[in-house]
Design a protein around this ligand. Structure first.
Ligand code: DIR
Ligand code: MN
Ligand code: MN
Ligand code: MN
Length: 305
């Protein structure tokens, strides 16, 4: 496949800075080499900059909304342009980049007449709107935005909302009350860590992948570093104990690869300033490699139903 690396050093989605170094940390950790070793053609578009945007307003609880709007405009365009040519991998940057990456890939799917699905691997549900967010950090809002929730004044209008039933969130262990109340009213599939403990991670994932395949859907995977346990992935500003293990992470990625369904990928929230000798960057690169074909032995995924 043709993998298109899109550096998106978005750092406006929350107050703690450092995610702007993410794209170069993935490059240093050898992402392009890992993918070309697997037989893929790799094209690196370098780092994007936000589209032109207004100065930040006073008197709002939101952190840098206008810069995030600039990024969203730029990333929608980048996603729309990359999708017809290959598999874009958005190198974050914080999770606010997914306002643009997901909106853009959904526009492309609509053009192709195919449904867009989203797998959200995260400790958090990121289902806020700017109005429900108490932190004012817009990295907590991308799933609210792409599903077409209201309250995103000034952001590009969502023309192709992702259907709630086409979204699966895995890894939850920090959900704010307004998010929980809103999520429970939706058809979004969400799986918290307790469920992973009880059933294993393969079962809910396999069920979702079956749905994507049956619908001939396009699949966007958004991998937040904090999906993983902080003991193995410390380089993120919003660590939450009790996350996925290295093997759970790889199993998810290997099953995604076996399904052949993934059409775009975000690697987000890596803050290299908080890393320990690049180990989190390296793990994220290894997980991306698993999603794109690296494995110990070939064998088909078993059935989990
Ligand atoms: C929290 C943290 N729910 C907020 N969100 C995220 O600020 O809205 N942390 N995405 O990684
Ligand atoms: Mn997130
Ligand atoms: Mn998170
Ligand atoms: Mn986050």
């Amino acid at each position: 496949r043709r993998c298109i690396l899109i550096g998106a050093p978005v750092d406006s989605g929350k107050r703690r800075t450092g995610c702007l170094m993410g794209p170069d940390a993935y490059r240093t950790a050898g992402l392009a080499e890992a993918l070309s070793d697997l037989g893929h053609v790799v094209e690196d578009l370098g780092n994007l900059t936000p589209a032109e945007h207004g100065p930040e307003p006073d008197g709002t609880h939101l952190h840098q909304p206008n810069r995030t709007i600039g990024w969203t405009n730029r990333l929608i365009r980048a996603a729309e342009q990359a999708m017809p040519r290959g598999l874009p991998i958005f190198l974050g940057g914080d999770h606010a980049l997914a306002l643009g990456s997901v909106a853009g890939v959904a526009n492309h799917a609509a053009r192709m007449g195919r449904p867009q699905f989203v797998l959200w691997l995260d400790a958090h549900s990121d289902y806020h709107t700017p109005e429900t967010s108490t932190s004012g950090n817009l990295h907590g809002t991308p799933l609210g935005y792409v599903t077409g929730r209201s309250g995103f004044a000034g952001f590009p209008v969502i023309t192709n909302p992702v259907k709630q039933e086409n979204i699966c969130i895995i890894g939850l262990r920090s959900v704010d009350r307004p998010e929980r109340e809103a999520l429970q009213q939706t058809k979004i599939r969400f799986h918290d860590m307790r469920q992973i403990d009880e059933t294993g991670i393969a079962r809910p994932l396999a069920a979702f992948l079956d749905t994507v395949a049956a619908a001939n859907g396009m699949l966007h995977v958004s991998l937040d570093v904090d999906f993983l346990d902080p003991s193995i992935a410390p380089a993120v500003g919003t660590t939450v104990p009790g996350g996925a293990t290295i093997r759970e992470g790889h199993l998810v990625m290997e099953m995604i690869c076996d399904s052949g369904l993934m059409t775009s990928l975000d690697l987000v929230e890596l803050n290299p300033f908080l890393d320990e000798r690049g180990r989190t960057a390296q793990l994220m690169v290894d997980l991306a490699a698993s999603a794109l074909g690296r494995r110990v032995f070939d064998r088909p995924t078993q059935s989990y139903s």
